[in-house]
Design a binder for this molecule. Structure first.
Ligand SMILES: [Zn+2]
Length: 352
């Protein structure tokens, strides 16, 4: 009964893609708990995915295979797409720290694939803690960023409570498209690419992306080797590049973003409180906040509302700085759509 009442309250305030997102089994993880606290008053809407796109797409790269930095990341840079490099930090795995620093400086996520690639479910708690914190420290020291997410080696889950002390989310590889709010943030599914996986060709990338589009979900691709770099399950660089071409040709349908950025977006969207604080004939002020650590959760959410009657257009600022905004028409109603980072200063919508 309590869940039904919550659903009714919630659905009045914000779009909700699936009733199952709020089922009891989800209440054990942070993302679902946060969702219940989202508060977005009419006529505002917060997008399920950035830009009100219908699906999120993430490219993730494991095991330090050399063509990831030599071919894949430069190809993604061509289109401004950001990927995630799940890095093994022990020197025997030859992490390319200089290349990883360059990728991080270009906005790609450098995250953890542990120190030694051990099966975490075979290790003691102390050994797991060492793998978790040791890899985070190595990335912080050598790349200059704090890694926020983890990929489980060989998709074998260790202690999620140990992992959660250092990371906000972890990736497995059980082969499903994730819903708009994953059931377990410490075991987010992915789709294995290349010769040993289910995603081999550009057509395979497109079919998984279209599945995500139809379910308003999130497709996470897991790539190891590329061409002849010796990595596991090599993927053709031609097929990979063609998949990027497809996403670049469909920018209003698919949000391509790093694993960590999507995790942060989900948490913020589910915890957001939007409050209109002032309104007159030329300007509207509002705040967008959440209950999350702003040092980590700093990804912009996309918000929209109908333009007030008589307004031809609007510009939007946050904390005095112009942010991305766009006039869009939905069912013949003109809207202003804009990006806002929770807890990063007042939003002002100004009549144009
Ligand atoms: Zn691996």
């Amino acid at each position: 009964m309590a869940i039904i009442v919550l659903l009714i309250i919630y659905s009045c305030k914000q779009e909700i893609s699936s009733v199952t997102e709020l089922n009891a089994s989800n209440e054990k993880n942070n993302l679902s708990r946060a969702k219940i606290s989202a508060s977005v008053p009419t006529p505002y809407e917060v997008a399920t995915w950035s830009g009100f796109r219908n699906a999120a797409i993430s490219y993730t790269f494991d095991d330090n295979c050399t063509n990831q930095l030599a071919i894949a990341i430069p190809s993604m840079n061509t289109y401004g797409f950001k990927g995630t490099l799940f890095t093994i930090t022990n020197s025997s795995w030859r992490p390319n720290w200089q290349g990883l620093r360059t990728a991080a400086n270009n906005g790609h996520e450098v995250a953890s694939h542990t120190m030694s690639h051990a099966n975490m479910n075979t290790l003691s708690s102390a050994q797991q803690t060492s793998e978790i914190t040791g890899s985070a420290n190595a990335i912080s020291t050598n790349v200059g960023v704090t890694p926020r997410t983890l990929a489980w080696p060989n998709c074998n889950l260790g202690s999620t409570s140990i992992a959660q002390q250092t990371y906000i989310a972890a990736r497995g590889c059980s082969g499903q498209i994730e819903p708009s709010t994953p059931a377990n943030v410490m075991n987010i599914s992915s789709l294995i690419c290349g010769s040993a996986g289910s995603v081999k060709t550009n057509a395979d990338f497109q079919s998984r992306a279209n599945s995500a589009f139809n379910s308003k979900g999130w497709a996470i691709f897991l790539i190891h080797g590329i061409d002849n770099d010796g990595g596991y399950s090599p993927l053709s660089s031609t097929e990979f590049r063609n998949s990027l071409l497809f996403f670049n040709a469909n920018p209003s349908k698919f949000w391509v973003a790093s694993f960590g950025s999507v995790v942060k977006y989900i948490a913020e969207r589910n915890a957001v409180t939007l409050t209109q604080t002032a309104s007159n004939t030329t300007s509207i002020s509002l705040t967008v906040s959440d209950n999350l650590n702003s040092t980590i959760y700093n990804v912009p959410l996309t918000v929209r509302r109908p333009l007030p009657s008589g307004w031809a257009n609007a510009t939007v600022t946050q904390n005095g700085t112009t942010v991305y905004s766009s006039k869009v028409t939905i069912n013949a109603v003109p809207y202003i759509m804009f990006n806002a980072v929770p807890d990063a200063g007042e939003i002002r919508i100004m009549r144009q």
